[in-house]
Design a protein around this ligand. Structure first.
Ligand code: HEM
Length: 691
């Protein structure tokens, strides 16, 4: 072997076969097998001769390949693609009157958490930005054991009974004969199932809304969905719904923007979370509760045990009781984000279940699936899953057993051990003591029969822009459905929700006549609109967590770049410089300005607002570059604020981009920052034909 002259690493050598060998030394420890045997050559397998066959006795090769073969575990059957982070929860308001759970009563105590936010339909390697519900799962490592709040970013669900879950998921996932589409609802089997399942109509309104196109995982709400029970020291029970409210407010993308983001950055959401945590902009949410009694529930015009219904905030207001901050990215993605195992059945004393039949089925499903997903009944010993309080029992052995319990006794009761774990009967008081009577059967309550009233309420509560997006989303989705009878059945359902919506969708699909509305099992009620259900109304007037792109080229004005960058960062935004070459551009004063992104690979869909700072020559050169034309055209079409002056305006003209109040001069810093904080909704009617 000879020294590799081209490498500065003094431990590197190049062998006669041309391959690089890096030897241990300095801070580099010896590479070993999993048995601790030193590996002398990690580039070549053991061969019978210089060009001969590889020998079976090469245990180093076999161990390495065997481990590699098993690197992928089966991915989650749903929610396979997820992003997770560590953090903590701090209680700010005690629920002592309602519960004994210490995590909800000890003000100021911080509890470690691990939170995983996921898409539902796509595989682990799918893109971050399909139209899909986002899972919102939080594991609280409390002093009394793990509490998992396994929710979504939508407060209702498709089905009322867990027995329908496999059907729902088989319908939404890729079609089994053809293997597509991945992570999309726009196909026949999904809409076939939905059109035959009227209980899903409320959830359908949510997934057709911009809620399923989040701008960032830091800008979504989370919901525990089901009613749970809180149990106090006297054994009294109060119903509770859990809500997460993002500190950065709610924000979504537009559909055509999300489609382009999927191409520009498949990991858009994961990268955003990673980068935010890396620079100390920790994602944070308030935890809020809706508390209500059985007597109050009896007066609701819906059944709160039906997971297709929400409790409007106007009916039962939210109380903020604490906050969660995510401040640490996992040290290893697989060990934590992939192996974390949430289960709605993991509750601590003082929190109990309701009879919601969807929740009841979930209580079984998660542990069962995790046994095969994680390969062993001992998956609770994986650090991310292990409680951070003492735990002990008589369960033993099994695949991948990591603990070594001592002594003779692995049963209870026993008389042979002085320190074996025993029951704590007092904790039983922290569970609800409900008496259940009635006739057993495969039955569903009449109170679950109203499938349209809340769907209608949701639609009518939206702003006109959001309603238009929903109508367009339905047209898009149903236009991908091959079978006309499915499209017609769906429009029939929409007539029960809102006649105008149905007409818009029928028109968008080109239906010649309106299909009949289906018979209803319960009359559709007119419920008061709930503005809390909008997104636009919940956007925050802030640049915190938002990102601004500045497009420059040779000859750009250095002072203008500096001024915009300062104004944007002072306002809380992250700023990135985009230029035709990654090496940067030579500015008007002769200095070089490096770029953070190369123009063709850093389109404006990655930003919330853009500034175009170009010389006339620079603009002329870029006017012939489709990436630059798309940069400004997309920013305009996606209702983003733009700062442009001189050459910037020349590029806008070349791109045929109009002029409106959202396009300001580069010098008008205050106006640009104000415009950048919002979407230019007034522009929408000029740039998009909505259904
Ligand atoms: C309100 C309704 C539901 C919500 C909010 C919900 C939420 C979630 C979330 C957030 C995850 C991902 C957990 C993670 O990040 O690891 C998940 C996974 C899963 N859910 Fe649900 N889900 C619901 C309904 C159901 C139902 C009805 C079933 C079955 C009866 C079910 C079965 C599963 C399974 C099997 C997994 C994969 C778990 C794993 O492999 O770790 N879910 N769910």
């Amino acid at each position: 072997m000879k020294k590799d002259k081209s490498k500065t690493d003094k431990h590197s050598t190049q062998a006669s076969g041309g391959e690089l060998h890096q030897s241990a030394g300095g801070k580099h420890p010896a590479l070993t097998t999993n048995q601790g045997i030193a590996v002398t050559d990690n580039q070549n397998s053991l061969k019978a001769n210089i060009r001969g066959p590889t020998l079976l006795e090469d245990f180093i090769l076999r161990e390495k390949i065997t481990h590699f073969d098993h690197e992928r575990i089966p991915e989650r059957i749903v929610h396979a693609r997820g992003t997770g982070a560590h953090g903590h929860f701090e209680l700010t308001s005690s629920l002592e009157k309602y519960t004994t759970a210490r995590i909800l009563t000890e003000i100021g105590e911080t509890t470690p958490v691990f939170t995983r936010i996921s898409t539902v339909a796509g595989g682990a390697g799918s893109v971050d930005t399909p139209r899909d519900v986002r899972g919102f799962a939080v594991k609280f490592y409390t002093k009394e054991g793990n509490w998992d709040l396994v929710g979504n970013n939508v407060p209702v669900f498709f089905i009322q009974d867990a027995i329908k879950f496999p059907d729902l998921i088989h319908a939404v996932k890729m079609e089994p004969d053809r293997g597509f589409p991945q992570s999309a609802t726009a196909h026949d089997t999904f809409w076939d199932f939905i059109s035959l399942t009227p209980e899903s109509m409320h959830m359908v309104m949510w997934i057709m809304s911009d809620r399923t196109l989040p701008r960032s995982l830091r800008m979504i709400e989370g919901f525990g969905v089901h009613s749970f029970r809180l149990i106090n020291a006297a054994g009294e029970s109060t119903f509770v719904k859990f809500h997460w409210r993002p500190h950065l407010g709610l924000q979504s993308t537009l559909w055509d923007e999300a489609v382009k983001i999927a191409g520009a950055d498949q990991d858009f959401h994961r990268r955003d979370m990673f980068e935010a945590i890396a620079v100390g902009q920790f994602p944070a949410w308030d935890l809020a509760v809706q508390l209500f009694t059985q007597e109050q529930a009896n007066t609701f015009p819906f059944d709160h045990l039906d997971a297709t219904k929400l409790i409007p905030e106007e009916l039962v207001p939210l109380q903020v009781i604490g906050r969660m901050v995510l401040d640490r990215w996992p040290g290893n993605f697989f060990a934590e984000t992939e192996q974390v195992a949430y289960c709605p059945a993991n509750v601590v004393p003082g929190i109990d279940f309701s009879n919601d039949p969807l929740l009841q089925g979930r209580l079984f499903s998660y542990l069962d699936t995790q046994l095969s997903r994680l390969g062993s009944a001992n998956f609770h010993q994986i650090p991310v899953n292990a409680p951070q309080c003492p735990f002990a029992n008589h369960q033993r052995d099994g695949h991948m057993q990591m603990s070594q319990p001592q002594g003779r006794v692995a049963y209870e009761p026993n008389s042979l051990s002085k320190d074996s774990p025993r029951e704590t009967p007092a904790d039983d008081l922290h569970r609800s003591n409900i008496i259940e009577i009635g006739q057993k059967g495969r039955i569903r309550a009449d109170s679950f029969a109203d499938h349209y009233s809340q769907a209608r309420q949701f639609y009518l509560s939206q702003t006109l822009h959001e309603q238009a997006h929903m109508a367009s989303a339905l047209v898009f989705e149903l236009s991908k459905v091959e079978h006309p009878h499915i499209r017609e059945a769906m429009v029939g359902h929409l007539r029960r929700i809102d006649e105008d919506l149905a007409r818009r969708v029928a028109d968008g699909l080109g239906l010649e006549q309106m299909p009949e509305a289906p018979a209803v099992a319960a009359p559709v009620q007119d419920m008061a609109p709930s503005p809390a259900l909008q997104i636009i109304g919940k956007m925050k007037d802030t640049l915190d967590g938002r990102s601004i792109g500045i497009l420059i080229a040779d000859g750009s004005d250095r002072d203008a770049i500096k001024a915009i960058k300062k104004a944007a960062t002072d306002a809380g935004a992250t700023v990135k410089i985009v230029a035709p070459k990654l090496g940067g551009a030579r500015l008007d004063d002769g200095s070089m300005r490096k770029a953070d992104g190369q123009l063709a690979g850093t389109p404006s869909v990655l930003f919330d607002a853009v500034a175009i700072i170009l010389s006339e020559d620079g603009a002329k050169a870029l006017s012939a570059d489709v990436a630059a034309i798309d940069f400004v055209r997309d920013a305009f079409a996606h209702l983003k604020a733009m700062a442009a002056g001189g050459g910037g305006r020349t590029l806008l003209n070349a791109a045929n981009v109009g002029v409106d109040g959202g396009i300001v001069d580069v010098g008008a810093l205050g106006a640009f920052i104000a415009a950048a904080k919002i979407r230019q909704w007034d522009r929408e009617k000029y740039v998009r034909t909505l259904a």
